[in-house]
Design a binder for this molecule. Structure first.
Ligand code: HEM
Length: 130
């Protein structure tokens, strides 16, 4: 109940709805321009995906938004996204956060949060990789 009454949320600190809007737009431009990732998004409903990502990032940074999409494990199950691809995806996110002027300490907070979902999103199918 008393959370966030004295400290502003990460959502507010990075610039709120407007910042998340431009963040997600520039981020998907990079992801879709990446030949190692773009095929995943072919024929996907990109408008809906961007909207869901905006909700997700807003909620994840403590904003006044509820994520209305499906659970991330359910959404990505079956896509067979590798850890390496997940890493590329987050690299694009780091670059975008920098470009839109998010401070490094705040960017690190966001990336740590995103990394919590790595196991839910990835599904490496290779055997005997090590
Ligand atoms: C932490 C990282 C990630 C987050 C937070 C995330 C979040 C989301 C969200 C919120 C959706 C929309 C859910 C819905 O429509 O209900 C989605 C869909 C999708 N994501 Fe991710 N995602 C992440 C990583 C990735 C990666 C690494 C890839 C591929 C390289 C990927 C590929 C996709 C695809 C193809 C869809 C569309 C699925 C469909 O509509 O059938 N995601 N993701």
């Amino acid at each position: 109940m008393t959370a966030n009454t004295s400290d502003s949320t990460l959502y507010e600190r990075i610039g709120g709805a407007e910042a998340i809007e431009s963040l997600v737009e520039s981020f998907y431009e990079k992801v879709l321009a990446d030949p190692e990732l773009s095929f995943y998004f072919k024929d996907k409903p990109m408008g809906k995906l961007r909207k869901m990502q905006k909700e997700f990032f807003s909620a994840a940074t403590g904003g006044p938004i509820t994520y209305s999409g499906r659970p991330l494990s359910e959404v990505h199950r079956g896509l067979a996204i590798s850890k390496r691809e997940f890493g590329r995806f987050t690299e694009h996110l780091i670059d975008t956060l920098k470009e839109v002027g998010v401070k490094e300490s705040e960017s690190n907070e966001i990336i740590s949060h995103v990394n919590l979902y790595a196991d839910e999103i990835t599904n490496d199918t290779e055997f005997g990789a090590d």
